[in-house]
Design a protein around this ligand. Structure first.
Ligand code: G3H
Ligand code: 13P
Ligand code: ZN
Length: 328
């Protein structure tokens, strides 16, 4: 059954668990997520980025979500717009059956330039007002995602905000968070604590200097009733790097967010945990393995089935470790 982010995260808060939000671009990822949820009786958040929507087509995505909800009627599923950049993106998502949207006003509509605080408040408040009219939930973001390791991260790899970001912009200010939630009335708040999108988050095992989990505790102390969201939460497991590299990949050594740190976040108000990169790596490792071990293979299903199984196992592990299992 389809539910909103608000319904799902209220339940998660009441019972002290976190819900992974996995990104989807195609049928195989959708099936992997739902199989994992079914296997451990967990609710899930499926999210589509703007890139996913243009890759798969809105109508295809909408029908796919209908199909997944019909195939797995016992699983509560929230369909969420990841990183909406303006009102149009958020409203068209709702029109296509999404029950929740992220209005990421931490960046301007180009999704690159850090935005002013007043811009963020105004656009997020507008989207929240409109979404709430029609029963959809809204996630806002305060603080810009990016690595606290100097000379490393989003600004450099071009994935996120351009230019050098100050330490302050990279960490959400707890007092500003209180003002932001009050003025925008968001259902969930994404915060910045030193994580970044993609595989190259940290050049070493992160400690408190570069992964600022204490910021989450400070925000939670001031906003105990606000559902917090952690972006850039892939753990980039060594095993997945090893599979990719064993079968011809060339991923330089990198470090993600340890699952224990996410578990610590969940003890302090984190309810939604965004994971895309780990799923991509799980799938890509299997593509490489099949291509290497069976170079004569050309049936896409022979690549996609092991990839789906690997993603399913990854998703199930996170559903269990975040405590979502058993809560469907
Ligand atoms: O925001 C980052 C997510 O991993 C989605 O990535 O924009 O390449 O679909 P994407
Ligand atoms: P990862 O790149 O760490 O998987 O983060 C995904 C994300 O935050 C999507 O919004
Ligand atoms: Zn994100």
């Amino acid at each position: 059954a389809r539910i909103t982010l608000r319904q799902l995260l209220d339940h998660a808060a009441e019972h002290g668990y976190g819900v992974p939000a996995f990104n989807i671009n195609n049928m195989e990822q959708g099936l992997a997520i739902m199989e994992a949820a079914k296997a451990c009786d967990a609710p899930v958040i499926i999210q589509a980025s703007r890139g996913a929507r243009s890759y798969a087509n809105d109508i295809m995505l909408a029908r796919m979500i209908d199909a997944l909800a019909e195939i797995y009627p016992q699983i509560p599923v929230c369909m969420h717009q990841d990183h909406g950049n303006d009102e149009a993106t958020c409203l068209t998502a709702i029109r296509h059956g999404f029950t929740s949207v992220m209005m990421d006003g931490s960046l301007e509509a180009d999704a690159k330039t850090p935005a002013s605080y007043e811009y963020n408040v105004a656009i997020t408040e507008r989207v929240a007002r409109m979404a709430h009219w029609v029963g959809a939930s809204v996630e806002g973001e305060l603080g810009v995602l990016g690595s606290l390791e100097s000379g490393h991260g989003e600004a450099e790899d071009g994935h996120g905000a351009e230019g050098a970001l100050s330490h302050d912009q990279l960490l959400t200010d707890p007092d500003q968070a209180v003002d932001f939630v009050m003025r925008t009335k968001v259902d969930a708040l994404a915060i910045a604590c030193g994580t970044s999108h993609g595989a190259y988050k940290f050049t070493r095992q992160p400690d408190g200097d570069i992964l600022a989990m204490h910021v989450i505790e400070e925000i939670h102390n001031k906003l105990p009733n606000t559902h917090l969201v952690m972006h850039g939460s892939s753990s980039v497991p060594q095993e997945l790097q090893d599979v990719i590299n064993k079968f011809g990949g060339r991923m330089p050594q990198t470090y993600g967010v340890p699952v224990e740190e996410i578990e610590r976040g969940i003890r302090h108000g984190v309810r939604k945990v965004n994971i895309d990169t780990d799923c991509r790596m799980a799938m890509a490792g299997q593509f490489r393995r099949i291509a290497t071990e069976n170079p004569g293979e050309f049936d896409p299903r022979k690549f996609l089935k092991p990839a789906m199984d690997a993603m399913r196992d990854l998703c199930r592990d996170r559903l269990e470790r975040f405590g979502a299992a058993g809560n469907a």
